[in-house]
Design a binder for this molecule. Structure first.
Ligand code: ADP
Ligand code: MG
Length: 493
C-alpha cells in the first residue's frame, strides 16, 4: 500500500547527517484534562492540589458493585473541542475497557474509547514564520485518568493517591504530519490556545492538565515512514522540542551506523537532555480492549451538537483574521494578541473608538513588554484598558508627546490614576503655544551661531537643535512645531 502524504519534503527542514540529509516525522498524542467540576464517571471533585485521596468516590476507588455514570458535561466538552478542531463528531461512540494492572488503577482497567471514538478527523492550522501548515487530527477520545503512586513519602513504602483516578481526559491524536521540533512546539502551543479559548482544558502543563506523548521517526527524504519511538509524558513545550532534537539525532546515528530502530517507548530526561528506553515493543501490553458492559454506547443527536456549536466562542484563527481585516494589524501583531483570549479582549477594549494600530503598539510593546519584565499578566496588570486608552487619547489630541506618554505610562504603572488628571496635575501638557516654543528656539539659535552656519550646509544637524529645544522645554514642546520653526529660522528647505 502506498501512503499519499499531504506534505512534500522540504529541504529547509532536513537534518544533516554524516551520510546525507534526513527528514524527521512527528505525530503527537496529547492528553488534555477536561475542564469539569466532577470526574468522567463519578461526582467526585477534580480540584487540583487537595490532600491525597480527598477527591475519591466509591466509583473512583473501584469498590465492588459500583457503577460508572457518564458526566454529560465532559461529553459536551469533548464535542466542543471536536468542533473547535473542525472535526467529525460521531453521534455514536463506545467506551471500552483497557485492561492492565497497576497499583494506581484500582479497577484493573481504564475506561477509554478504542474503535469508536467520540470525535474523528479534524485539523489544526499552524502559522509558521514562512508557511501555513495544516496538521491532521486523527481522532479525539474520552478516557479516565489513573491515580498516582507516591514513592518519595517514606523510605520503604509507597502510597497511592486516587485524586486523579477517574478524572476525564481527552486524548487528541495527530497524524504524523509534523516535520520539525519547531512545528511540534507550534502544534502544542496552538492546540493549547484552542483548548483555552474553548474552556475545555486549562492547558496547564506544570499541573499535568496537558501532557504530550511524542512519536518520532526519521527517514531519507522521499522514502516511506521509518520506525518510530514514542517519548511518553513530556510535560513542557520546550522539553518536547528538546526531546525531538535529541531523539532524531539518536535515530540518525544508529541508522547511519548500519543499525535499525527498535520501536519502543522512551522517556525524556530533562536534566540530562536525553531520551532513554522505558520498554520495547516486545514488552508492549496486550490491553485486551472490549466494550465496557457497564456502559451503553454513547449516543446523542445532531441537534445537540448544533446547539453546542451555536454557543462556541470565536476561535483564535477567526479572531486573528478579524484583527488583520478590521483593525489593519500585521499578522504578527494579531498572533501576539490572540495568543490569550484575555489579551485579545484587552486589546479590543483599548482599540474601541481609537487608532487600532496605535492601540496594538501600546498594548504589545509598552504594556506586554513591561508585564513580561515584571512577571505579571493581564489579570494582574497595574494599568487597565481604560487607563491605557486614556494615554493614547492624550497623544492623539496633541496634549502630550509620545515621549511624555512613556513617562505618563510609568506614573500610571506605579501610582495609578486617571491619565488626563495626572497630566493636568503634574503640568505634563505639551506646549503647542507657538510663542512659547519660538522663544526657546530663538534662545538656542542665538547661543549657537557656529552650529547654525553648519546646519545651513548640513541639514541633518537639525536633529541636534530639536534635541536642545526639547531638552530646554523638558520634553513638552510639540516636536512638529519645533521642527517647523527651526527649519524656517535657520533657513533649511
Ligand atoms: P499507538 O496507538 O500504538 O500509539 P497510533 O497509530 O495510534 O499508534 O499512532 C500514534 C501516534 O504516532 C500518532 O500521533 C501518529 O501520528 C504517530 N505516528 C505514527 N506513525 C509514525 C511514524 N512513522 N513516525 C512518527 N510518528 C508516527
Ligand atoms: Mg500511543
Amino acid at each position: 500500500m502506498t501512503i499519499v502524504e499531504a506534505r512534500k519534503p522540504d529541504p529547509k527542514k532536513f537534518i544533516k547527517g554524516a551520510t546525507g540529509d534526513w527528514e524527521v516525522v512527528i505525530g503527537m498524542e496529547v492528553h488534555a484534562q477536561v475542564t469539569s467540576q466532577a470526574k468522567l464517571f463519578s461526582g467526585a471533585s477534580t480540584e487540583f492540589g487537595n490532600d491525597p485521596n480527598a477527591n475519591v468516590s466509591l466509583v473512583d476507588a473501584a469498590m465492588p458493585g459500583m457503577l460508572p455514570v457518564i458526566n454529560e458535561e465532559c461529553v459536551a466538552q469533548a464535542i466542543r473541542t471536536g468542533l473547535g478542531l473542525k472535526a467529525q463528531i460521531n453521534l455514536k461512540s463506545v467506551f471500552d475497557r483497557k485492561n492492565y494492572f497497576y497499583p494506581d488503577l484500582p479497577q484493573g482497567y481504564q475506561i477509554s474509547q478504542f474503535k469508536q471514538p467520540i470525535v474523528g478527523e479534524g485539523i489544526i492550522i499552524l502559522d509558521m514564520p514562512d508557511e501555513r501548515v495544516e496538521v491532521g487530527v486523527e481522532r479525539l477520545h474520552l478516557e479516565q485518568d489513573a491515580g498516582k503512586s507516591l514513592h518519595d513519602q517514606h523510605p520503604t513504602m509507597s502510597f497511592v493517591d486516587l485524586n486523579r483516578s477517574g478524572v476525564a481526559l481527552m486524548e487528541i491524536v495527530s497524524k504524523p504530519d509534523l516535520r520539525s521540533a519547531d512545528e511540534a512546539k507550534a502544534y502544542l502551543t496552538k492546540l493549547r490556545i484552542i483548548l483555552r479559548y474553548l474552556g475545555t482544558c486549562d492547558g496547564n502543563m506544570d499541573q499535568g492538565s496537558m501532557r504530550a506523548d511524542v512519536n518520532v521517526s526519521v527517514r531519507r527524504p522521499g522514502e516511506g515512514f521509518g520506525t518510530r519511538c514514542e517519548i511518553k509524558n513530556v510535560n513542557s513545550i520546550r522539553f518536547v522540542g528538546q526531546a525531538i532534537e535529541y531523539e532524531a539525532r539518536r535515530q540518525i546515528a544508529i541508522l547511519e551506523d548500519g543499525g535499525s530502530i527498535d520501536q519502543e517507548t522512551r522517556l525524556y530526561d530533562a536534566v540530562k537532555g536525553e531520551t532513554r528506553s522505558m520498554r520495547s515493543k516486545e514488552e508492549a501490553h496486550d490491553y485486551r480492549y472490549f466494550p465496557d458492559p457497564d456502559l451503553l454506547p454513547l449516543e446523542f443527536t445532531q441537534a445537540y451538537v448544533d446547539e453546542l456549536a451555536q454557543h462556541l466562542p470565536e476561535l483564535p484563527d477567526d479572531k486573528k483574521a478579524r484583527f488583520v481585516a478590521d483593525y489593519g494589524l500585521t499578522p504578527y501583531d494579531a498572533d501576539v494578541l490572540v495568543a490569550e483570549k484575555v489579551s485579545a479582549d484587552f486589546f479590543e477594549s483599548v482599540a474601541k473608538g481609537r487608532d487600532a494600530k496605535m492601540a496594538a503598539n501600546w498594548v504589545i510593546n509598552e504594556l506586554f513588554g513591561r508585564l513580561n519584565k515584571e512577571g505579571l499578566t493581564i489579570e494582574t496588570s497595574p494599568v487597565n484598558a481604560g487607563q491605557l486608552g486614556g494615554i493614547i487619547d492624550l497623544i492623539k489630541e496633541g496634549t502630550i508627546s509620545g515621549k511624555i506618554a512613556k513617562d505618563l505610562f510609568e506614573i500610571i504603572w506605579t501610582e495609578g490614576g486617571e491619565p488626563a488628571a495626572v497630566v493636568e496635575a503634574r503640568g505634563m501638557k505639551q506646549v503647542t503655544d507657538l510663542g512659547a516654543i519660538e522663544a526657546v528656539v530663538d534662545q538656542i539659535i542665538a547661543a549657537n551661531p557656529d552650529k547654525v552656519a553648519q546646519a545651513k550646509e548640513k541639514p541633518t544637524l537639525l536633529g541636534w537643535f530639536v534635541g536642545q529645544v526639547m531638552k530646554e522645554s523638558r520634553g513638552k514642546a510639540n516636536p512638529q512645531a519645533v521642527n517647523d520653526l527651526l527649519k524656517a529660522k535657520i533657513g533649511i528647505e
